[in-house]
Design a protein. Structure first.
Length: 371
């Protein structure tokens, strides 16, 4: 019988998914932890970067309201920068907590406060990393004091190796992202509005060349019917390139709306950021799990599935833009092949990559670190 834990999870934001794909997974993970009988409280800075940008969007307020409506069981407690300096507050807040998990997108002030309280309150402190910063900006990880944590949850094998080899962390575990299948599942939509949809943020030019090669050019050459792209932080030149290729730019899309958009589209693609195709290969990130969970055919730009998370045929890998164009044409012209691939990908997600799977894995990790 699995032990039930009192867990505090410190996220950059649970309420906002604006440029924050971590919220997708963490919402589902926390809900499944609660369903398993754990007591979980989520903490986030009241005026964090993601929520500040979200409320500026036309759909921002609705997005926050939809989160609270769809996840009523998740308790989110807000704190301010000033609160971080109040030791008495945190001693009271965390007095019965057994496991404290800190996501990597947090401040050194937070981690230093928790490290100072850990021995007195006797909780175990885990660091949860779902980003490429340990490779691209390791100094930021050092500032967080991760080497003093009780362990690291890494969302891929290549990232786990970085913590072992670079920081000498003895306690590391792999905890991949996964699909929240209470949200992401196939929806019936007989009439498709779009030949292709891509949901992805521009970011910091981490994949601008790849977006042109694997998305803009193939769509332009095929002259697809009403292709659409959703995301944030697109520069004017990026939006111009999309529109010049006949692609509608939809801007910010609340993550809870994504299953409906997938259902209205015949095909989607995955374009990994450069770090996940090179230095931190083998990590698919959340969008692959979510798309496959919705039962939509998917074509992926290059990355190496070194951990064999997926089976051959769950989706199509392509090596370059020309292969992307040919595979798009194949799946759009062969509905039977597209349906077969979509069903296979969905089957793999349901068997191996749901938030319930990850909640059970995290429970086992909590049991191990508590010993």
């Amino acid at each position: 019988m699995q032990r039930k834990f009192r867990i505090a999870y410190f996220a950059h934001s649970i309420r906002s998914d604006w440029n924050n794909g971590n919220a997708h997974f963490l919402r589902g993970l926390i809900r499944e932890l609660i369903a398993l009988g754990h007591e979980v409280v989520a903490y986030e800075l009241s005026e964090n970067w993601s929520i500040q940008n979200l409320v500026l969007e036309s759909k921002g307020r609705r997005s926050v309201n939809d989160f609270h409506h769809r996840f009523p069981e998740i308790v989110v407690r807000l704190y301010s920068d000033q609160t971080l300096k109040d030791d008495a507050h945190w001693k009271h807040e965390l007095r019965d907590t057994e496991i404290v998990i800190v996501h990597e997108w947090n401040s050194p002030a937070l981690t230093q406060m928790l490290l100072a309280l850990r021995n007195e309150l006797r909780f175990k402190l885990l660091f949860h990393d779902t980003h490429h910063r340990a490779s691209s900006d390791p100094e930021q990880i050092h500032l967080l004091g991760v080497s003093r944590f009780d362990g690291v949850l890494a969302f891929g094998e290549s990232l786990q190796h970085l913590y072992i080899e670079t920081l000498g962390m003895r306690n590391t575990w792999i905890l991949h992202e996964a699909a929240d299948t209470s949200v992401f599942h196939p929806l019936c939509c007989p009439e498709k509005k779009h030949d292709l949809v891509w949901i992805g943020n521009w970011g910091d030019d981490e994949r601008s060349q790849e977006i042109c090669e694997f998305l803009v050019r193939p769509i332009s050459e095929l002259q697809l019917v009403s292709p659409v792209v959703f995301g944030v932080r697109y520069p004017e030149r990026g939006i111009f390139a999309l529109e010049n290729a006949g692609i509608t730019f939809g801007g910010y899309l609340p993550n809870l709306d994504a299953p409906e958009v997938f259902s209205e589209s015949r095909l989607t693609v995955h374009i990994p950021r450069r770090h996940y195709a090179t230095a931190m290969y083998g990590i698919p990130t959340i969008r692959v799990f979510e798309a496959l969970a919705c039962g939509i055919p998917l074509i992926s730009a290059p990355w190496q599935d070194i951990e064999h998370l997926f089976r051959p045929g769950d989706f199509h890998f392509v090596r370059n833009g020309e292969e992307m164009r040919k595979t798009m044409a194949h799946l759009l012209n062969d509905s039977a092949a597209a349906e077969e691939q979509a069903l296979r990908g969905l089957e793999t997600v349901l068997q191996r990559h749901t938030c319930r799977h990850r909640a059970e894995e995290l429970t086992a990790i909590c049991e191990e670190v508590s010993r």
